[in-house]
Design a protein around this ligand. Sequence first.
Ligand SMILES: Cc1cc2nc3c(=O)[nH]c(=O)nc-3n(C[C@H](O)[C@H](O)[C@H](O)COP(=O)(O)OP(=O)(O)OC[C@H]3O[C@@H](n4cnc5c(N)ncnc54)[C@H](O)[C@@H]3O)c2cc1C
Length: 338
Amino acid sequence: MERYEVVVAGAGPVGLSTALFLADRGVRVLVVDKRDPLDGPPRASTTVRTLELFRAIGLGPTLDRVGWDGPLPMRSMVKDSAVGAVLHRAAPPPGYVERLDACSPVDSRRAMTQYELQRIALTELRRRGGQVRFGAELVEFAVDAEAVRARVTDVGTGREYQVVSSYLVGADGARGRVRELLGVDMPDRQVDARLNTAFFRADLRSLMPESATHACFIRNEQVYCTLFAKGANGDRWSSHIMDYPGKPAELTQLSSEQTLRLLHAAVGDDTVPIDLIECNAWEAAIGLASALRRDRVFLVGDAAHVQSSAGGAGHEHRHPGRAQPRLETRRRATWTSR
Ligand SMILES: Cc1cc2nc3c(=O)[nH]c(=O)nc-3n(C[C@H](O)[C@H](O)[C@H](O)COP(=O)(O)OP(=O)(O)OC[C@H]3O[C@@H](n4cnc5c(N)ncnc54)[C@H](O)[C@@H]3O)c2cc1C
């Protein structure tokens, strides 16, 4: 049996950040994750606020070393293909970026993938004495007046052990076990859109130089998707595929062949080599847990709330009691590069 002040279930960006900030204040913390969360695609990108918080605990130089310059804030364009014509450009009002930059020590263009942020958080957490265990699944817990007693399984060996802590933080994602065990639901969760996201390697920067400064959207008769650079070199990309002819209403995993065909339609040249890393089908949903804390147990991150990346970009979400937007409007939702 082991004893900690705080146990965090989940080593995603939120779990690792929670543990890092606790360890930075001298709290004895353990993070368990049932898999290795750094073994995957880059997923989301960071926001200025995240980088400000990391900077506040002395990580400014590390962020400067790892981060890169992403698109200018709120600057986007729609093209008919990567190599094709620009259909539409959007930019913030004059002076907006200068005002934004005056508000923060972090450059508003500074970008970093979720994966890179998690790697920094993991290294810095360990440096501050935090314990992290991958392949360790929280399966059960019980709360009493003094402590939380969690049962953890070593995924590799099947061995079970108990961890005792003053508090437990459920940072175990949208389908979190902690929320389930707490009996907390997400009553108004609504699915906004069903998407397929592809992560891939390709040399698109030279074909689409605008991607260095703009969030790029592609709309043509074969596909409606994003093309976002996922790194300084412009060789790694993500594409949220929002629509294509014959797209089924239900969540559907695309085959590699279908994904490549759609990506080539987006590029506008099917001779461009594309090396697929991973494809996911996922629901962009919006929802808030009915409670964020019970006794000694807290919910954070996607376990506590999910939101669509389109939320802040003029996209109309469905709300109970409000008229439903037409499908056409919903399909036209724009996606932030964040
Ligand atoms: C393919 C993909 C692309 C995405 N792209 C974007 C994007 O472009 N923009 C954007 O804003 N967001 C994006 N997201 C969403 C973003 O990644 C999530 O919002 C974010 O990861 C949530 O962080 P989190 O730490 O709360 O949870 P998660 O990152 O989901 O981490 C939860 C962790 O808990 C672990 N876990 C689960 N159950 C247990 C258990 N019982 N015991 C121990 N560990 C457990 C899991 O293994 C996981 O590592 C994307 C997500 C995916 C899957």
